[in-house]
Each structure stands twice: as C-alpha cells, then as structure tokens.
Design a protein around this ligand. Structure first.
Ligand SMILES: O=C(O)C1=C[C@@H](OP(=O)(O)O)[C@@H](O)[C@H](O)C1
Ligand SMILES: C=C(OP(=O)(O)O)C(=O)O
Length: 429
C-alpha cells in the first residue's frame, strides 16, 4: 500500500497511543508461565503482540477477550503443551527470541517461523546460549529462522555475560533460567530495557557497575494483572513531529516512561525541545504519564553511545529530528540497527538522500548536518516493510512543500495500527 502525505502547517491535538508492544508481549508470555489467571487490560492490537498471543495460546494458555481486557489462564511452568503447528512469530524478533528461551527451559520441541524480514535476522545470539543451556537448535545457515528447538540435555543453568546490550537476549536467557533448579545469572554491562526483570520481579544486584539478574525455579511467576501503558516508541514519532513543526502542540496520554526506554526525552530536551511530563503514576510495575510537546528550535547533538540501547527503536526518528537541528549531529555505536526489521542505517540513509540532506553514512551510525529551515520539494520514500521507517518517513513528509508518497505503508500496523488515522487527526495543511 502506498500512502500519500500532505505537507502540514500545524500539528495540534490529544492522542491515545497504542499499548506498549514490549510490555504486551511480555504480559502474554509471562501469563502463560503463571500458574493461574491474569487479567491484562489494554493489550496491544498491533501485529507483533497479536502474533505473540497466538503463540502462547498454542503453548496452552487459554485466552478470553472481554470488555477490552484479556483474561489469560496460564499453564504454569510445568503444564506447557507441545504446539501442534509451527509457532508463527510474524515480524517479531521479541516473540522469536523470548519464546526460544521458554521452549528451551520447558524442554518443549517446536518449530518457530517468521515472515521474510524476521527470517533474515540473525538468531545466532540466542542459539549460542540456548545450546549452552542444553538445547539443540537447527537453523537455516546455522543462524536464521525457521528454528527447530529441541532440548536434548538436562537444563544447565549458567552465568552469562551479555555480549551485546539486548533486552531480547537478556530475556531469552532469563526465561530459560526460570526452569532451572539452580539460578541462572545474567550479567549486564550497559542497561537495556528492563521490563522482564520488573514484571517478573527478579532478583537484581549491582556489582562494580554491572547488573546481575538471577532467575530459577525458586522464583514465583507473578500474576500479570495490570493496565498496559501507551507505547513510548509510538509516542516518539509525535515528539519529533511536534518539535520540528511550526505550529505544534500535542498531548500524548498515559505513555510508558520506563527510564531504560525513554532516552529520547533527554535527547530531545538536550536538543532544546519543549517537553513536559504530567500526571506521573505507575501502571503495575511500570511508570507512566502524559507528555506535552510543543514546537521549539532544535540544536545539534552527539548521542552518547552508552545511551543507544535506551533509544534503539527511536533512532530512525531521531535522525529526522537531527535534520532539522542547527549544526552537525552524530549517531555512533549503533551497528545493532543493521539487524532490525531492515538495515535501519541503510534505510535512513536512503530516506535522507531522497530529500537531498547533507549527511554521512557510517558503519555504526550517521552524521547529519542539519538546519532548522530545511525543506524539500517532494519525495517517494521506501519503507522496506519496516514499521519504524514508514512512520519516520511520514513525519519527514509533513515538512515537504508538496505531497510525498510512502511505499509499503501498511507496515506501521506491526506496532501502531492507528498511525495513519492519528496522523489525519492532528496534522492540518
Ligand atoms: O525486548 C524487547 O521488547 C525489545 C528489545 C529491543 O531489541 P534488542 O533486544 O534486539 O535490542 C527492541 O529493538 C525491540 O523493539 C523490542
Ligand atoms: C526491532 C523491533 O522489534 P522486534 O525486534 O521485536 O521485531 C522494533 O519494534 O523496532
């Protein structure tokens, strides 16, 4: 599907964004492992969380949908069922990697499949530790889905230092560890999103600036009854859109504000954005609040590479913000972006080229020479079937002089099914 986006003169309104994708997926998987009923309010209707939900149903969870909430009867750790069909993770790396941990821990043999994008993403990072814990995993070219997971040995708990700051890898190892008689310890050097530790209430301690998280059979898996807050990564598009738009004021209601996820707030504030947080509160184990953003003039920024894991999904839209900031900005240490739904460094370089931006593509990021008065005539953008690239292109299109086109725009529904409707609500020509 090709979407046409008109230039905007103003961006005004209040938005209720889709429920957080990462928390929704964890709510489904952890409810499966809980021995009892969880009531999850505001579960995401987006494609990735829906793929995860159907996988947990195949593994034995009973799901009842009523009054905008999900009642999920889990099997507990020892009641998981061997799926009769392949577990289809769709476009979701989170589903494939977290479920690999569950299958390894539970000793359930299954085949995990995904769409062409997911089948082109390396799974080696989880295959190695899962094999060390006793699984045998057959994968195309030893690293790509489909994955056949089969635990051939007794589960071997382990001490594992994360070689990359990935929340999916951390969660995969901890989930397998939950089935062990002895604790599995994951050592994290750079913090990545901590939803798994929070929602499972896992033991964590800091030793010499490293976080050590433990999981074993001793851990009671808590009931997952809470309201899922709005997705900060969806809010990111509006935060940047409003910051760079001439007449703009947006109110984003009840957004997740987990500090391991929201580095974009600090980045935009350091660039000079006008952002305020209101009504701060907790939704279960997760902090949330309303975000108010208004137009402001932005200046360039070099992102501290240590912050990259805390804004990993926001980097495409950060690149758009940098294009409208005074001076040269740097994204470095973000090689991981080349392993997402598409190579997001390549995709952003193509987007910037399409509008005639002054930038340099690096192996691990981008240098963008910005200008608050930047504008362009028109462009047709490729989204490479990647939701975050499609939505970043939409925000950039608002700043053109004539209408722009975005190819494969339906991919937004992977995380944000109402994106195009919301754009129509707030953007005025
Ligand atoms: O754990 C999660 O829910 C996620 C972790 C991140 O991936 P990595 O762990 O691969 O960095 C992020 O990019 C993804 O959108 C969601
Ligand atoms: C990378 C993403 O998700 P996943 O890895 O779960 O496919 C994302 O949502 O940007």
């Amino acid at each position: 599907m090709i979407k046409t986006v008109q230039p905007a003169n103003s961006l005004i309104g209040e938005l209720h964004l889709p429920p957080d994708k990462s928390i929704s997926q964890r709510a489904a998987i952890f409810s499966l492992l809980h021995d009892g009923v969880s009531v999850v309010k505001n579960y995401s209707p987006a494609q990735d969380p829906q793929s995860t939900l159907s996988c947990v149903q195949q593994l034995g969870a009973e799901v009842e949908k009523a009054d905008g909430q999900l009642k999920i009867k889990g099997t507990g750790r020892d009641g998981l069922k061997k799926p009769v069909k392949d577990l289809d993770c769709g476009n979701s790396g989170t589903a494939m990697r977290l479920l690999s941990g569950v299958l390894t821990g539970a000793g359930i043999s299954a085949k995990l499949i995904g769409d062409p994008s997911l089948s082109a993403r390396t799974m080696k990072r989880i295959i190695d530790p899962m094999e060390a814990m006793g699984a045998h995993i057959l994968a195309r070219n030893s690293q790509y889905a489909p994955l056949f997971i089969n635990r051939i040995d007794a589960l071997k708990p382990m001490k594992y230092e994360l070689p990359i700051p990935s929340a999916q890898l951390k969660s995969c190892v901890l989930l397998a560890g939950l089935f062990g008689d002895e604790p599995t310890q994951v050592i994290e050097i750079l913090p990545s999103r901590d939803h798994t530790e929070r929602l499972l209430n896992l033991d964590q301690k800091m030793v010499q600036h490293r976080k050590i998280i433990s999981a074993s059979r001793e851990d009671v898996i808590p009931e997952q009854s809470y309201t899922i807050p709005g997705d900060f990564s969806a809010a990111a598009f509006w935060l940047v859109a409003a910051a760079i738009q001439e007449k703009a004021e947006l109110v984003l209601k009840n957004i997740g504000l987990n500090p391991t996820r929201n580095a974009l707030l600090d980045i935009l504030k350091d660039m000079g954005a006008d952002i305020a947080i209101e009504n701060e509160h907790n939704e279960g184990a997760e902090p949330a609040g309303d975000i108010v953003v208004r137009q402001s003039s932005l200046k360039a920024l070099d992102i501290d590479p240590k912050m990259i894991p805390n804004c990993i999904d926001e980097l495409p839209i950060i690149a758009v913000a940098m294009l409208f900031a005074e001076g040269s900005s740097v994204i470095a240490g973000a090689e991981e972006l080349r392993h997402k739904e598409t190579d997001r460094i390549m995709a952003m370089a193509k987007m910037l080229k399409a509008v005639g931006a002054d930038f340099e593509e690096k192996e691990d990021g981008l240098i963008i020479h910005g200008n608050p008065d930047f504008t362009f005539e028109q462009a047709t953008f490729e989204s490479f079937h990647d939701h975050r690239i499609a939505m970043s292109a939409a925000v950039l299109s608002l700043k053109s002089r004539k209408e722009c086109k975005i190819r494969d725009a339906e991919s937004a529904a992977v995380s944000y099914p109402g994106f195009w409707e919301d754009l129509g609500l707030v953007a005025k020509g």
